[in-house]
Design a protein around this ligand. Structure first.
Ligand SMILES: C[S@@+](CC[C@H](N)C(=O)[O-])C[C@H]1O[C@@H](n2cnc3c(N)ncnc32)[C@H](O)[C@@H]1O
Length: 210
């Protein structure tokens, strides 16, 4: 699956109630964490990983609950896996699958930090990592706009299906640049639009979630 083209970056923190948006997005993904087979407008679990081209060997050996709450929109490993020993940040790590794939790739000396704002997702991700026997990942509560890692900590920042949910994308990308070491890399899988999004749509929290 080739990477898409960036045509328009929707930044809308002045058009939407950011706190309310975060609460509604968080409540929505808490539902995914609790009931990943529920009726959502996106694919989850093995259905999603299969459609998005995750090779079987990436997921091999992970207990099924590790895959169930996956809700990504593409595959950040399309550009390749991180190298052993590297430090990786996964923004909006959800149920933790991408962070765990990265953790295995960087082991034994590398580390991964998964960041998410939804406590139910963090709980699920921590449970999943423990079940998979992965001990070089740390799932931290935090925002894409204020990453809980020191300046220049990361060799690689990944994210899957999250930045489209963030109203202030400039803040999120500024944080990515702060968290990366000089020469570090980003591998972002996300939703892109190729037309200008009307302000009315940017104000509609249901459309942000959907
Ligand atoms: C579409 S899910 C993707 C989860 C995961 N990346 C995956 O591929 O399964 C979006 C996740 O991003 C988190 N999220 C949304 N906005 C966020 C923000 N501003 N900061 C941190 N996490 C955020 C949600 O809580 C949710 O777990």
């Amino acid at each position: 699956m080739p990477p898409g083209r960036w045509v328009s970056i929707v930044t809308a923190q002045d058009l939407v109630d950011v706190q309310r948006l975060r609460e509604e997005v968080s409540a929505h993904y808490a539902e995914v964490a609790h009931d990943p087979d529920g009726a959502f407008h996106f694919h989850t679990g093995r259905d999603a990983t299969g459609r998005l081209g995750y090779a079987d060997e990436l997921l091999e050996g992970f207990p099924e609950p590790c895959v169930e709450a996956f809700a990504g929109v593409a595959n950040p490993f399309w550009w390749g896996l991180p190298e052993p020993g590297e430090r990786v940040v996964d923004i909006g790590s959800g149920g933790g699958l991408d962070a765990m794939v990265a953790s295995r790739a960087v082991a034994p000396d590398g580390e991964v930090v998964g960041v998410d704002m939804t406590p139910a997702m963090l709980e699920r991700a921590r449970r999943n990592a423990a079940a998979a026997g992965i001990d070089n990942v740390d799932f931290r509560e935090g925002l894409a706009e204020a990453l809980p890692v020191p300046d220049g900590w990361a060799d690689l920042v990944i994210s899957n299906g999250v930045l489209n949910l963030v109203p202030d994308k400039v803040a999120a990308y500024t944080e990515i640049m702060r968290a990366l070491r000089p020469g570090g890399r980003i591998q972002i899988a996300d939703v892109c639009v190729e037309v200008e999004v009307p302000d009315e749509a940017k104000r509609d929290i249901d459309l942000w979630k959907g």
